[in-house]
Ligand binder design. Structure first.
Ligand code: THU
Length: 130
């Protein structure tokens, strides 16, 4: 298992998911080799829940990592088939980590790998605003 996947697995243990019971961890690696982790954080007002992927990206951005400076993200969850990122997180990845390799991993160590473009083809992005 890669170090990034290991850190996603470890971050999953920190998930606050009392409503769904579904724990997710994520770890993003920057082009400098730094790693930021995240877990899903739920709220009694369910719609305020944030996914593990976004927490990891927000932590990195809030520490000064420039948008686009990510080379990989690993996402860990307990599902028979490795859990893919939700639609909202795909949009965030398309804007902040378009070059990142996305590795999904479950607790049995089964992995799947995608590009962000494979997960969200023809994505809306800032170029359309100009
Ligand atoms: N969740 C994530 O954190 N990432 C995903 O890729 C899929 C879903 C979370 C959100 C919610 O806390 C729980 O999993 C169930 O949807």
């Amino acid at each position: 298992m890669t170090e990034l996947a290991r850190q996603a697995m470890a971050a999953r243990q920190k998930a606050f998911a009392p409503y769904s019971g579904f724990l997710v961890g994520a770890a993003v690696e920057t082009t400098d080799g730094a790693i930021y982790t995240g877990c899903n954080i739920e709220n009694a007002s369910y719609g305020l829940t944030v996914c593990a992927e976004r927490v990891a990206i927000w932590k990195a951005i809030s520490e000064g990592v420039p948008p686009g400076a990510f080379r990989a993200i690993a996402i860990a969850a307990d599902s028979p088939h490795p859990t893919p990122p939700c639609g909202a997180c795909r949009q965030i990845l398309a804007e902040f980590a378009p070059q990142a390799t996305v590795t999904l991993i479950n607790l049995q160590g089964v992995t799947r790998e995608f590009t962000v473009a494979e997960l969200l083809p023809e994505s809306f992005n800032a170029s359309y605003l100009r």
